[in-house]
Design a protein around this ligand. Structure first.
Ligand code: NAP
Length: 252
């Protein structure tokens, strides 16, 4: 491989599935891969007005076993194989009363959405990734995995589990040439996350900035660029890493 990479079309010939690609961070990741020449399928329960038009949209629920299997089957049929899987769909509700007020069912639902979706989808597309010449999985975590936020303790625990799962998977799949990495966003401005942050008890919108040494909330492009690095040949010797893309939030 040449050390001089043409970044403008570095994903030409690559086929990608981005979960939660209908809006927010996932939509920007999908667009970044499309811009690089990839063929992209996005999966979510519904489209939005920012769902990349050039991507194939699949409607489904990644948080159930049947939903993940159906999305995998449809994506593989549409793409004829798979080189890049971005497990991005995720999220949480806020429980202002803290850890002890989070209902049992909510713990189950949050683990299903933020951990089991990635496990099930990755398992379902594994034969296709094994057949790829340059397979990369990127799982989207959260700084909540390592920072204690009581109102989203269930979400932090699920993302921490996603991190541990990803490291194990990276080691297990390395002999097959499949790289598995994690991107951990800090606070990123998306319509959903902006609304969620407003409901955090005791932290006003401006107060989030005190956690961010670089002095601003992140953008979806900040995340998509690092996902692109990890999915591309530029990241060819990277596996099992966790890139914290958080404006310095966890550096303190
Ligand atoms: N934004 C942040 O500040 C931030 C910080 C740290 C980590 N993250 C992580 O980054 C990822 C994306 O966050 P975001 O802020 O971009 O979220 P978002 O704007 O709320 O978008 C979430 C995406 O996931 C899809 N989705 C949600 N539940 C789904 C389900 N059950 N089945 C299929 N698709 C589902 C949504 O579409 P539908 O609702 O139509 O299904 C949407 O496309 C998440 O994993 C989140 O935990 C975000």
């Amino acid at each position: 491989m040449s050390s001089k990479l043409d970044l403008s079309k570095e994903f030409t010939g690559r086929r990608a599935l981005v979960t939660g690609g209908s809006r927010g961070i996932g939509a920007t990741i999908a667009q970044r891969l499309l811009d690089g020449g990839a063929e992209v399928v996005v999966a979510a329960r519904s489209r939005s007005d920012v769902t990349p038009a050039a991507a194939t949209f699949i409607s489904g629920d990644v948080s159930t076993s049947e939903g993940a299997k159906a999305i995998a089957a449809e994506a593989l049929a549409a793409l004829g194989g798979l080189d890049i899987l971005v497990n991005n769909a995720g999220g949480s509700r806020v429980f202002a009363g803290g850890v002890s007020t989070i209902p049992d069912e909510e713990w189950h639902d949050t683990f299903a959405l933020n951990l089991l979706s990635a496990v099930r989808l990755t398992n379902a597309v594994l034969p296709a990734l094994r057949a790829s010449k340059a397979a990369a999985v990127v799982n989207i975590s959260s700084t909540a995995a390592t920072m204690p936020f009581g109102p989203t303790a269930h979400y932090g625990a699920a993302k921490a589990a996603l991190d541990a799962y990803s490291r194990t998977l990276a080691v297990e799949l390395a002999p097959d040439g499949i790289r598995v990495n994690v991107v951990t966003p800090g606070p990123i401005s998306t319509p959903g996350a902006d609304e969620l942050r407003k409901t955090f008890p005791g932290i006003s919108s401006d107060a989030w900035l005190q956690y961010l040494p670089l002095g601003r909330i992140g953008t979806t492009d900040d995340i998509a660029e690092v996902v692109a690095l990890l999915a591309s040949d530029r990241g060819r010797w990277l596996t099992g890493v966790n890139y914290r893309v958080d404006g310095g939030m966890t550096a303190r």
